[in-house]
Design a protein around this ligand. Structure first.
Ligand SMILES: [Zn+2]
Length: 405
């Protein structure tokens, strides 16, 4: 991509209403535009990063055995009356009526619809287990929308629902899902902690995947030695206590919940009377699990973790970076074009700054774009024998014929 053609109109100043690092960064770097509090449009660079996150999530969910589908944003009232959530969870819904006064809502989650689909099609234990997921925009009537893409009224989630003939089978899948989630977050460059949280009346625990960072809304008690970690809402330890698992010291941190997994069991399948026939010919209620990942929230969390406020500089993790390489030409476009063609042929996604602007402006914008590798070609670098390559390992001069990424 030639930077002279790229949709990139960066801002020098932090937007006045930005209340977090990601809210400021996404708008300044032209990755997103704020539509209103809690709702952002993804601009071409932001959408590029988002699509890479989506690809990682999809690959790992498919590897786990999930099958992707796409349900509806608009949902009829009747389904939500079946579980009692039309009334009980009224505050988080965007409700609306159509021209014939039929009541609907914009879905904040999809247990009702997925159960309706499965009870319609799956009648026998032979068709179980089954895991279905979607990646879709969700809506939550959130009066405290804030922190950029971290806490929105409109956001993108991956939600998976698994159906089982027994609790043992749910447990096996539930454990496998933990590993799939660790794979996702590792590829996103996020160090997520598995944190025990409330499981409601049906299960002792559910689990959250929390990235420890100051902007987080959750309070996490965790061990300084082992993997013990628990959400404040159910914590039986406090800061400075000894870890119940290993005797280490309990620390307290803020966390952003980027994912969660929940053993629902029959919580929603029972009120919706969703049943299958077991191997003895008896009717049984589906045992369920649900598994969420916030895609746009993960994207914002990556910025909170990787943006260096002191240097005004972003470096995206490799697998989600908007470009693999930022090739910056300081008045040496003829040589730079050859490198651009060569790297592009080799399959690298290269942003080539071919513009006739100052070095200072080019570097300031490169700091916002955040490609993990930068190749600078200038009169000075050519005199030193080639190009300057800068990445997380530092800076070095490399001969043009020996560029090896
Ligand atoms: Zn411990």
């Amino acid at each position: 991509m030639l930077q002279s053609k790229l949709f990139l109109k960066t801002l020098k100043e932090t937007p006045a209403d930005a209340d977090s690092i990601n809210a400021s960064y996404f708008v300044r770097a032209c990755f997103a535009q704020k539509q209103m509090s809690g709702a952002y449009a993804l601009l071409p660079l932001g959408f590029k990063v988002y699509k890479k996150i989506e690809k990682i999530v999809r690959e790992e969910m498919n590897a786990l055995g999930g099958q992707e589908l796409l349900m509806n944003v608009l949902q009829p009232k009747e389904l939500w009356v079946e579980t009692g959530r039309w009334e009980s969870a009224i505050d988080i819904f965007f409700k609306l009526t159509d021209s014939s006064k039929k009541e609907m809502l914009l879905a904040p989650t999809h247990e009702e619809q997925i159960i309706d689909i499965v009870r319609h099609h799956i009648k026998s234990y032979r068709d179980l287990p089954l895991a279905l997921y979607q990646i879709q925009t969700k809506f939550r009537n959130e009066p405290r929308a804030k922190s950029g893409l971290l806490r929105g009224i409109e956001f993108v989630m991956k939600d998976m629902y698994s159906f089982h003939a027994s609790e043992e089978d749910l447990n096996v899948f539930y454990e496998k899902s933990k590993q799939a989630y660790f794979n996702v977050f590792k590829r996103l460059g996020l160090d997520a902690k598995l944190v025990a949280a409330s499981g409601g009346i049906f299960s002792k625990y559910s689990h959250e995947f929390q990235v420890l960072t100051e902007v987080g809304e959750d309070t996490i008690y965790h061990c300084d030695k082992c993997d013990f970690a628990v959400n404040k809402e159910i914590a039986e330890v406090k800061e400075g206590d000894n870890c119940p698992d290993c005797g280490g010291k309990i620390l307290v941190s803020r966390g952003v919940e980027v994912g969660n997994i929940f053993p629902l069991k029959t919580k929603w399948s029972a009120p919706m009377n969703a049943t299958f026939t077991d191997k003895d010919g008896k009717e049984q209620i589906f045992i369920m699990g649900c598994y969420g990942i916030g895609l746009t929230r993960s994207m914002a969390t990556i910025v909170e973790v990787y943006y260096d406020s002191a240097k005004n500089k972003m470096v995206w993790p490799k697998e989600v970076a908007p470009f693999d390489v930022h090739l910056i030409s300081l008045g040496e476009n003829t040589e730079a074009e050859k490198i651009y063609d060569d790297l592009t042929k080799k399959g690298f996604d290269v942003l080539f700054d071919d513009r006739d602007t100052s070095a200072g402006e080019k570097f300031a914008e490169a700091d916002l774009v955040g490609a993990p590798t930068r190749i600078i070609i200038s009169k000075k670098s050519l005199e030193q024998g080639g190009v300057e390559i800068a990445d997380v390992d530092g800076t070095k001069i490399v001969k043009i014929s020996e560029i090896d990424l």
